[in-house]
Design a protein around this ligand. Sequence first.
Ligand SMILES: Cc1ncc(COP(=O)(O)O)c(CN[C@@H](CN)CCC(=O)O)c1O
Length: 421
Amino acid sequence: MTLSADLFAKAQTLIPGGVNSPVRACRSVGCDPLFIASAAGSKMTTVEGREMLDYVMSWGPMLLGHKDPDVTAAIRAAVEAGVSYGAPCPGEVALAEAVVDAVPGIDMVRMVNSGTEATMSAVRLARGYTGKSMIVKFEGCYHGHSDAFLAAAGSGLATFCIPGTPGVPADTVRHTLLAPYNDLDAVKALFETRPDIAAVIVEPVAGNMGLVLPKPGFLEGLRELTAAHGALLIFDEVITGFRLAYGGAQSVFGIDPDLTCLGKIIGGGLPVGAYGGKRHIMERIAPCGDVYQAGTLSGNPLAMAAGLATLTKLKASDYDALAQRTKALAEEMAAILRDKGAPVTLTRVASLFTLFFCDGPVTNFDEAKKGDAARYASFYNQMREAGVILAPSAYECAFTSFAHSEDDYARTLDAVRGVKF
Ligand SMILES: Cc1ncc(COP(=O)(O)O)c(CN[C@@H](CN)CCC(=O)O)c1O
């Protein structure tokens, strides 16, 4: 038995499924998880001492790479001043200012502790601000695990093929309307039948059914429809925020959402989420407004220091260069796999990509589900054997980082060449 296997056996007696987040259990790719002892740059080292090349990067936060020296130094310095105050601290102002300066649609921002909290709070705010109850989300999009969204979430639930989940009262998801991603007509039809839609929440680039890009006009259409019907447009940029560009997807597509949800990268690896948007909407949030939201560790000084150090460094980083290197890697991976006879549809943007083992196009969840999950599981396991960690689910993305080197990419392609179907 390996040390990971021993740890996993014990973990399963103490923690549901042996993990603190379902996808980490690797069930959909038919293996047990590796336990990680440390990480630095583009690599993680298992408890067995094996160095693995990482394309999960903590599911997105580690855009600078693991254990970035500047981020680590900032956390170390913050620790010396204490770890939590339960009172305002300068770091909260500094990170809020960095977010407001970076994200076009954010005039004011509230820090929380996860992407789930961010989207849950943004929806409550939208309902409070508009006085309406219904929300529209898209099949295959995942906005965290708050009840309203577990109607047909992508990410974990799609991996486990659970459409919705026990424990969510039926009348909770009664206020959630679903539409296929990229289907503007479906959204238009919802608005024509429902006068009580408070908001449409969308991943501007969907990262939880695998990577699915918005069709031209889709996001613009959502902006027009919501404005015309007195509903808010909420961009869930937990993955895309500070990853597609320093200003997020909204700065790339030129769309002006009413509210934006952030997470992952803005905490630099520590637990941070945030929701922000137009000042006249955000000022409805307590204590200046009447829509309640709170959090003991929101604005935690260590997390603020890690987030600020991360954004400061990203602001000076060359996103275009990373996008070009990611493009070269992903296209070569797809070409090698096609030469092995596998049907592969590659979707890619910036430092994100997904290899769907099916013919394309892949523009929504139904098409994403045509991917050959067994072939993906085989690919995942063979790549892990070769020392490369991909997402343990066909419904996730691969994440590169500024720490990935040309040698890393060459090593990855060598591993792909060794794959046998
Ligand atoms: C677009 C989007 N919105 C919200 C969330 C929820 O964020 P968290 O509550 O996990 O911080 C996520 C979380 N992403 C998943 C991976 N696709 C987190 C990994 C996990 O669940 O362990 C997200 O992708």
